[in-house]
Write a protein that binds this ligand. Structure first.
Ligand code: ZN
Length: 229
């Protein structure tokens, strides 16, 4: 099997998702150099971090954290692009598990009961073949030892035009698209909503508004990357 793997990588070298260099046999998805130089935010260490300000006065969240800083042209942009547009969904679960293990050590995240990925519209998911947030959720679930569920939060309408609208209008546009399913099993739980990237928080805010309509639910947020802070 090992010989076969070696031959295979001779013809089809596995490449680092971030820098494009060929991976060594013991490396997965990211080369050691990129893994060691990930621009981590460490926001999970402080309750009062810059991401909390995004939601202040808009919607109640318990905790907000993000694994990586996203900047135009940095390695994280390559990772997000590969995750979203190049079918490399495994990088989502790989970094999700990495972050999940870190979060599992933080008392403020230990009370999380269930992980909820932000859903894609079904039409978009059919086109892409997968939901990148769900792959991130899978990894978080493995790392934190908590279940994830995709049936609690669903999406109702396509919001293709939302990027052309102002922040206020964008919110108006997305606020009706999420639906939280009434399920007694999630009443009173601490839900961890996750997505690939956090920017203005408009989409996340709309999703959280819906989840908070469920009785006694608390919501925290984790994303793979953020452009804020
Ligand atoms: Zn690399």
């Amino acid at each position: 099997m090992k010989i076969f793997d070696n031959l295979l990588s001779l013809y089809y070298p596995r490449l680092c998702v971030a820098c494009g260099d060929a991976l060594q046999q013991n490396e997965q998805h990211l080369c050691l150099h990129c893994m060691m130089h990930l621009p981590e935010t460490n926001f999970h260490k402080n309750h009062d971090n810059p991401l909390m300000n995004i939601f202040a006065g808009r919607v109640k969240v318990e905790e907000v954290a993000s694994l990586l800083y996203y900047k135009k042209g940095n390695n994280v942009q390559h990772i997000l692009h590969a995750l979203k547009y190049k079918g490399q969904k495994e990088i989502g679960s790989y970094l999700g598990e990495y972050y999940g293990k870190i979060l599992a050590l933080e008392p403020r995240f230990q009370s999380v009961d269930c992980i909820i990925p932000i859903p894609l519209h079904p039409k978009k998911q059919r086109k892409r073949g997968y939901n990148q947030s769900e792959w991130f959720a899978k990894g978080l679930s493995a790392g934190m030892g908590k279940p994830y569920r995709t049936d609690i939060l669903t999406r109702t309408q396509f919001t293709e035009t939302q990027t052309r609208k102002s922040r206020f209008n964008r919110w108006e546009n997305v606020k009706e698209v999420f639906v939280a399913t009434e399920d007694n099993a999630v009443h009173g739980l601490h839900l961890l909503v996750c997505d690939d990237v956090l920017t203005t928080g408009a989409t996340m805010e709309a999703a959280i508004q819906q989840l908070l309509t469920l009785p006694d639910v608390k919501v925290s947020v984790v994303t793979l990357a953020t452009a804020q802070g």
